[in-house]
Design a protein around this ligand. Sequence first.
Ligand code: 3PG
Length: 216
Amino acid sequence: MREKNGLVRDYARLAPVIPVVTIEDARASIDLAHALIGAGLPVIEITLRTDAALDAIAAIAKAVPEAVIAAGTVLHPSQIGEVVDAGAKFIVTPGTPRELAEALAEAPVPVMPGCATVSEAMTLANLGFDTLKLFPAMASGGAAWLKGINGPLPHLRFCPTGGVDLANAPSLLSLPNVLCVGGTWITPKKALEDGDFAMIARLAREAAALRPRAVD
Ligand code: 3PG
């Protein structure tokens, strides 16, 4: 677990923002990955919310090995094997009920499990996870929540996601327990549908210019 936690932190420190992508057509995935990586965002969360998601993960893993692909919206233990087989380098969940958390603790790849309360964060910490997704971050308390939890649980690090955008990301990234943030704003649905990778690259460059404060 220690080694896997270390890898999650390494991934979370690669860029200030993890684009959260819901992809309808896996054929767009390689151009998308090139656009994001070229703009400075090498860590990409592909959510398991569409039929194309596993194919997209597999296509990027094969064609763009420098991409660090997370499988997101992992809801059931049965999905762990599927995303690992597809080539996901790590797993992200929006929330982490006990059964899922216990299965994730045994996963062969690193995991950034989701939580929204202090008790959930403590349960995950007790299972050995030390780098968590706060979701939905802004609805759950945002920067105030993150400042609050840093008192009793200063060893935990977070990737707040959900309601995060270019305007509110700096205040989150200025906190000592935030390694990076996540969000969908870099890959708008219409830009993906239109294959507008120039727009996605522009949004990604803006996001990549943000600077986190947490260093450890
Ligand atoms: C996620 O799964 O992380 C969310 O869907 C992020 O959504 P948002 O950035 O649009 O709030």
